[in-house]
Design a protein around this ligand. Sequence first.
Ligand SMILES: [Fe+2]
Ligand SMILES: [Fe+2]
Length: 345
Amino acid sequence: MTVAEPNTSSVEHPHFIPGPWTREARIRAIQDEVREAYINYFRKAVKVRNWFPWDDLPLDEMKERGHLLSPDTITLIESFLGIEDYVGDYVENAINIVRGDRERRNISIVWGMEEAKHAEAWHLVLLHSGVRTEEQIREYRDKVGAHRWTMGENHPGFDTPMGIAVYAMVQERATYFNYDELRKRIRADYGLPEQPTEEERRRGKQYGAAAAFNIVAKDEIAHHAMFLQLVDIYKKYLPEETLDMIFRVLSGFNMPALYLIPNESEMKEALMRTKMYTPLKHARSVANPVLDKLGFDNKRALERAVQEAKLLPAGLGPEHVAIGRSGDFVVSMTSGTTVPQQAAS
Ligand SMILES: [Fe+2]
Ligand SMILES: [Fe+2]
């Protein structure tokens, strides 16, 4: 950690409270910023991502080329139907964990509305591709419903308001990655190039099931961005505990509810055969982009920040502290809006 020369520039901070930052002031500042994030998220969820599974997916095209889908592709789509169909448990757990925090509760409700569309999209894909009957899908979804998912059991230690935000930030990015990979697999099965053709671009929709995966993947990356924003807010006001949680989640991440879905073993075999989601791909396409967006060069930089955060003098607020990309903290004893350049150790 470095301590900067006194910086005399004044600061206009919306949450500036003279004197040392108390925990209460930090929580209050977090709530104010989370409220803004919630309003922006809600607006885009209903005004931009306003698609409806039963109206906006090219079901006829799914029928036309459904017979071309490979068995592994079908297994993976069915597996994601199972994972998405635990939406009720995800929302129930989140609401109970954030109890008392209105903004986080409301985010969970809107997020659940968006997530509920995803299982329905996979239901429609399986049905209209002609690879599962309505009866088979009902049976599968009933088996999903017979189990109960809990955050505490599946991801012990992450079942706190901050923990579920950090976990969701990573999970949404991983889900986005998986859906984009599955979109590419479907296109290959259909005999189409990886990227949309001129014709698809013109009409603004990819072909058949690839359209569904493209639309849902956009939801997932938007969710990732929203949870990332929440984590950034927590990191700003509660750096020590937030950095520690980010480190713990990144070190012990796995996808939710995998062990509960009815076709768990088939999914694992399909994942092994297709190599769609490997530890290396997770590092490259999920963990590293998350670290980068949080402002760190790599995992070592995060580790350094976790250690340095423990040494921060109590009472310092975000106007006194800046974290470098290599995980080093720069502390200014007077408030300033810019990162002080030169510092004496
Ligand atoms: Fe989803
Ligand atoms: Fe999502």
